[in-house]
Design a protein around this ligand. Structure first.
Ligand code: PLP
Length: 367
């Protein structure tokens, strides 16, 4: 039997254990320490963000973003429907109401439907959470123009898109705040971790306060509002510092893997890959494609028989039982993509031979 090819396994640089050893020497086995600071600085210097806060997950970072913006019970929050649940759970944590917006041909949020959702909202939505799906940039020029005109704050869910760019600007840097994930399956991994970025230092200070139990600045533990325990461990931040050092290599390799798939499978007339919008360079976190004539569930099953892990595309939020009563402005685009698409193994540690093995298996299934 061939070795198993995983969808997107962690890919360590080799420096992680050295940095972890430094953490142990310092004995800052805690959710603070020099590596937490260094990790935040590394993300700022790579992305150009002015301020960053390391959190234990991206989900927590999104929750902090909503708290900082003062999102409360009953508020409306616009969100991409074609995304992972972690993008929108925080809306529910705040007892706010999501309004889901469908995708366009970019697979990401449709600016036209966004405008329609704003026009038809019962009240002015407080914020938009926009996902850069599978590492490819959403149409941020159009989206920011609409949201600036309407006075709606924008939070970029860049959990999947660390290192992706539009007009040379990093994902996460277009909106008022941005969020990255370092979960086990993302382009970089600290096993679990997140980062909130913004150019607004007061917001990041406030998020830091909320992420550390909202302790007022007194020795005796005074509390005026409630917070969370959302900070990242110094041990995991050490992994993050080592991972950030190889981010551009990881983006290049994922893009190479995508190009190999496209070269080899693009010849199949019934296959289409997720596009990249003009002026952008995605990180190609996952190579995703749709079939015209084949059921992706069949393909996934047959790949599994060949010991290759693949997955369906995210099931859109407006189709989830959890959100059956939520508002949605949809035109069937993400639903169609969901029924036709799948994610291929895309880990940066894959060899070209691994990619060829997946291609040959897929080609065999399609014939
Ligand atoms: C992974 C992911 C999240 C959640 O990230 P965690 O760090 O696991 O909390 C949020 N949104 C999207 C689009 C994701 O892919």
């Amino acid at each position: 039997m061939n070795d198993r090819i995983f969808l997107s396994p962690p890919h360590m640089s080799g420096k992680e254990q050295q940095y972890i050893a430094e953490v142990f020497e310092s004995n800052y086995i805690a959710p603070l320490g020099t590596f937490v600071d260094r990790f935040e600085e590394a993300v700022c210097s790579y992305t150009g963000a002015k301020h960053a806060l390391a959190t234990n997950t991206a989900t927590a970072a999104l929750h902090l973003a909503l708290r900082v913006l003062g999102v409360e019970e009953g508020d409306y929050i616009l969100a991409s429907t074609f995304t992972f649940i972690g993008s929108v759970n925080a809306i529910l944590y705040q007892n706010a109401k999501p309004i889901f917006v469908d995708s366009d041909e970019s697979w990401n949020l449709s600016p036209a439907l966004l405008q329609e959702a704003i026009d038809n909202a019962p009240r002015k939505p407080k914020a938009l959470i926009v996902t850069h799906l599978y590492g490819q940039m959403a149409k941020m020029d159009e989206i920011m123009e609409i949201c600036r005109k309407e006075g709606i704050c924008v939070i970029e869910d860049a959990a999947e898109s660390l290192g992706a760019m539009l007009h040379g600007r990093q994902s996460g840097r277009f909106g008022d705040m941005g969020v990255y994930s370092f979960n086990g399956n993302k382009i970089l991994s600290t096993s679990g971790g997140g980062m909130l970025i913004s150019d607004n230092g007061e917001w990041i200070e406030k998020a830091k306060f909320l992420s550390t139990q909202a302790k007022e600045p007194y020795l005796h533990y005074e509390h005026k509002e409630f917070g969370y325990n959302y900070r990242l461990s110094n041990v995991l931040a050490a992994i993050g510092v080592a991972q950030m050092e190889v981010l551009s290599k990881r983006v290049s390799r994922r893009r190479e893997i995508f190009a190999l798939y496209q070269k080899r499978l693009g010849k199949e007339s019934t296959v289409s890959f997720m596009p990249e919008i003009e002026g952008s360079t995605g990180n190609r976190w996952l190579t995703t494609l749709t079939f015209d004539e084949h059921d992706p569930m069949d393909v996934i099953e047959q790949l599994a028989h060949a010991n290759i892990e693949s997955r369906p595309l995210w099931k859109p939020m407006h189709l989830q039982p959890l959100f059956k009563h939520s508002m949605a402005v949809v035109d069937g685009t993400s639903e169609r993509l969901y029924h036709q698409g799948l994610c291929l193994p895309s880990g940066s540690s894959m060899s070209d031979a691994d990619v060829m093995r997946v291609c040959n298996t897929v080609s065999g299934i399609l014939r």
